[in-house]
Design a protein around this ligand. Structure first.
Ligand SMILES: [Zn+2]
Length: 164
């Protein structure tokens, strides 16, 4: 599901609300996600605010039991049309506000990707069925921990570039 930037531009008050009720295929687990997101264009910034709720069939990392993980995320993201350094001369002071996604030449926003990224960023480091889950010592001993974290991908890329 994509939203065209022109659709936001042409919408009353340059504000467009979308509802999503589907599966996010990028998530490996079975899931059902509902999102209610309002996009608003302000100058060259698009804000995306709303709510993401849903269920993700997850496996507890302590006891290996399958359970329904509830998702409840408050979304507050910003996109920038074009690129941050376009038309800027001299030194730029990077403030907190500068950390936003640049759209570059893109004409649309990928809703599923926005939801996927939000779910990943809001997931705990360890997924457990219950905060008090004591786990299973025998299982723990034999389970190989997967320590890959999609949030660390960016560092992997940096390393690759250096190797070249
Ligand atoms: Zn558990």
């Amino acid at each position: 599901m994509y939203i065209e930037i022109d659709e936001i531009r042409k919408a009353p008050e340059q504000t467009l609300r979308i509802e999503f009720d589907d599966t996010i295929k990028e998530l490996e687990e079975e899931n059902h996600i509902q999102a209610d997101i309002t996009f608003k264009l302000l100058g060259n910034i698009i804000t995306a605010k709303g709510k993401i709720i849903g269920d993700i069939k997850s496996t507890c990392e302590r006891c290996l039991k399958e359970f329904n993980r509830k998702i409840d995320i408050k979304l507050d993201e910003k996109y920038m049309l074009g690129n941050l350094f376009d038309g800027m001369d001299g030194e730029i002071e990077l403030k907190e506000n500068n950390f936003l996604e640049e759209l570059g030449d893109k004409k649309e926003i990928d809703i599923e990707d926005l939801i996927y990224q939000s779910v990943i960023l809001n997931s705990p480091n360890q997924i457990v069925c219950d905060i008090n889950c004591v786990g299973d010592k025998i299982i723990e001993k034999y389970v190989k921990k997967d320590i890959s974290d999609p949030r660390l991908e960016v560092f992997k890329n940096i390393k690759l570039e250096k190797d070249n």
